[in-house]
Design a protein around this ligand. Structure first.
Ligand code: ASP
Length: 308
């Protein structure tokens, strides 16, 4: 009997992480979080489980980990609030769900999944999304759950800048997962607090289907991280799928091509990608990206810096 093939690729954000700039503790915390997420998602896939379940499970681990900018540990808006964005998409049916500007759901990725499976809609925002979360019985969390001193420090530092603060070139920490399961179905999920000192009400690429998140069994599953305004304008996640499906590019060529296009526009960031054939990888134009991969025939591997 041949072993069922599956692959899970995750990210914990792209950004200015260079060797020597992260403290040993931050380096170790990032790697431990990525490893735990790979194990959580890999367990589902190795048991023959579904790609959507696997990406949700992996992202939930990273949302609960304060080292990453999603769920607990999300960055602050300029007004000192926390507004989370998330999305999930299943490549076999093209079912998709997203939430933007949610404030009280412990795991925003699970709220995105509830939008996908238990509402007729694809994207819910703000108070309406928060209310839907309560109605659906998802676990609620207060501001103290999301708040971390390090994110507060980053906001204060940014607001103290003479140029007024907002800087999309800073270190990120958004999380995402893409998977292909033993049945050959792909899925993608992304979750983020967005960018430090963003305007309240600002929505990035992560919850927008086609921009930061996309999955299509005919092509690939993609989760993006980086300066969302550029990913939205390029429709990065959908275009990677379109290049594979219509132009015959490999997932690596399509991912590299879109990171080149992002750079040409002045944007920085990265993508993770899997194909229905079990191939998986990433591309980024920042010094580093928190990332990891596990598959039916390879143990969990994690990396942070560009030279790993
Ligand atoms: N793409 C996210 C956003 O723009 C941020 C990130 O990936 O770090 O909201």
């Amino acid at each position: 009997m041949t072993q069922a093939r599956w692959t899970l690729v995750i990210h914990g954000g792209s950004g200015s992480m260079e060797r020597g700039r992260l403290s040993p503790d931050a380096d170790a915390a990032g790697r431990a979080g990525l490893h735990a997420a790979l194990v959580a998602g890999g367990k589902i896939l190795s048991a023959g489980g579904d790609a959507t379940d696997a990406v949700e499970a992996a992202v939930r681990v990273l949302e609960d980990d304060p080292a990453f900018n999603a769920g607990r540990g999300s960055v602050y808006t300029a007004d000192g609030t926390i507004e989370c964005d998330a999305a999930v998409m299943a490549g076999d049916t093209l079912a998709a769900g997203g939430v933007a500007g949610v404030t009280a759901t412990r795991n925003p990725v699970s709220l995105a999944r509830a939008v996908m499976e238990r509402s007729p809609h694809v994207l819910l925002t703000g108070a309406g999304a928060d209310a839907f979360s309560v109605e659906q019985g998802l676990e609620q969390a207060g501001p103290d759950w999301f708040a971390t001193p390090e994110r507060r420090r980053q906001l204060d530092e940014m607001l103290a800048r003479p140029d007024g603060g907002f800087d999309s070139g800073m270190k990120y920490g958004t999380v995402g997962a893409v998977a292909v399961d033993a049945a050959g179905h792909v899925a993608a999920a992304t979750s983020t607090g967005g960018l430090t000192a963003k305007r309240w009400g600002r929505v990035g690429d992560s919850p927008l289907i086609g921009a930061g998140t996309y999955a299509d069994n005919r092509a690939a599953a993609i989760s993006c991280t980086g300066a969302g305004e550029y990913f939205i304008r390029l429709g990065v996640a959908h275009e990677i799928c379109a290049r594979v499906r219509l132009a015959g590019e490999t997932i690596e060529e399509a991912a590299d091509g879109m990171i080149d296009a992002l750079g040409d526009l002045g944007g920085k960031g990265g993508v993770i990608v899997v194909g229905p054939d079990g191939s998986g990888g990433w591309a980024f134009n920042t010094p580093g990206m928190y990332r990891g991969m596990i598959s039916h025939d390879s143990a969990p591997e994690v990396a942070i810096y560009g030279d790993e």
